[in-house]
Design a protein around this ligand. Sequence first.
Ligand SMILES: *[C@@H]1O[C@H](CO)[C@@H](O)[C@H](O)[C@H]1NC(C)=O
Ligand SMILES: *[C@@H]1O[C@H](CO)[C@@H](O)[C@H](O)[C@H]1NC(C)=O
Ligand SMILES: *[C@@H]1O[C@H](CO)[C@@H](O)[C@H](O)[C@H]1NC(C)=O
Ligand SMILES: *[C@@H]1O[C@H](CO)[C@@H](O)[C@H](O)[C@H]1NC(C)=O
Length: 405
Amino acid sequence: MGASRNVVSLSSFIFGAYILLSASTVNCNKDHLRGLQSIKWAPASTPTMKQAVAEYEDWIENVRMKHELKQKLADKPGMIQPDLTLDFPGMKQYTDWESVVTPSTYIVVDQNGIGDFISLSDAINSIPKNRYRQYRITIQLNAGVYREKVTIERTRPFITLQGLGQPTIVWNDTNFHSGNHTFDSATFGVAGNFFLARYITFQNTAPPPPPGAIGMQAVALRVTSDYAAFHDCTIIGNQDSLYDHNGRHFYKDTFIQGSIDFIFGNGLSMFYNCELNVMPTQWGAVTAQKRQNATDNTGFSFLNCRITGAGRVYLGRAWGPFSRVVYSFTWMSDVVYAPGWFDWGLPDRQLSVYYGQYRCSGPGANETGRVMWSRELTNWEAAPFLSLNFVGGEDWIPQYLKPLV
Ligand SMILES: *[C@@H]1O[C@H](CO)[C@@H](O)[C@H](O)[C@H]1NC(C)=O
Ligand SMILES: *[C@@H]1O[C@H](CO)[C@@H](O)[C@H](O)[C@H]1NC(C)=O
Ligand SMILES: *[C@@H]1O[C@H](CO)[C@@H](O)[C@H](O)[C@H]1NC(C)=O
Ligand SMILES: *[C@@H]1O[C@H](CO)[C@@H](O)[C@H](O)[C@H]1NC(C)=O
């Protein structure tokens, strides 16, 4: 797959940088390490190619030195270096991507100070913006509760966030506390393309809103990236937990909890083998998909999922007039309200939404009481929702994440 050439080119690149800096003395003590942690990178919003390369080389060297120091702290607990070479194999066809993990592209965040950074935001902000060489940067987040509001801007693509011991990233903003912007309430918002997260808990702890309250949307995770994948993650909030804002996304083996519209937005997303867990609520909805136009290619496909929890929810509400949601091979508990779907109080939307089920099971899947404007799909209708091609995923989803279907 051409990887060997990449390894050679990257290692000679790093080796070159290593020669350059091996003259500088490396003091093996913690104070020196702390000093490195405080290095700030100048923002480069529109760098020239030359600047971008230089900046990236500096950054690589900086991280390399940290790792070298860390290695010498021999009495500290060791770091696990997982094999990440299977990540995003199809990336080359999109951009200058080389899937090589080296100490120079691997940052460790640890609250007890045995990593490169203590704060996840600091680690992210240390990565140069607009990197010309689009190497994947892996951030290993060690176990702990990180009370941080984290943003990964569009200028920082190709980041993998890898938890060790299921760390939690938690904050508690609401729409109201974020200048009336649901978008800004997110505990963790990511817009950098080709983002990958695994073994991470994203949480928003803002309390459940009283009935009829406005401005209480409290997003745990917002995904604006194109091509983003999440697996073995947990997404927890009380309302509007997952803002699947824009772009193509794939969620696998992920637990998503909330009450009202807790998976919402205008993304094109496939959820495979996920648990959708309803917080006790008098009324709510699993989804509020916002497709705006018959020509828009967005929508949610839930495949092989489970709807669990307590209370009473719709499968979806028509936030957008062309809202599109399909559940296939999904087990539904009796938490699902018999009518299934709500038109957002706008009956016109009954004519334009696309809401279906396909071979679902469980007490909540009974279609007897369903609204007339949803239906059990035929094999032919369901087919596009059952394939990774729904999100163009054959090309960009890592091989090991692809369902064996
Ligand atoms: C978030 O938590 C802090 C500290 O407990 C609290 O003061 C603040 O009001 C909370 N914010 C929201 C929006 O709930
Ligand atoms: C948010 O909306 C409320 C209610 O409409 C308003 O009173 C408040 O001034 C708004 N806040 C901001 C920052 O715009
Ligand atoms: C849908 O998109 C098309 C093409 O961009 C545009 O011409 C049309 O006005 C849009 N329709 C609606 C209802 O927004
Ligand atoms: C579906 O619900 C109807 C009405 O409550 C009931 O008669 C029927 O037996 C149910 N079907 C299944 C498969 O449980």
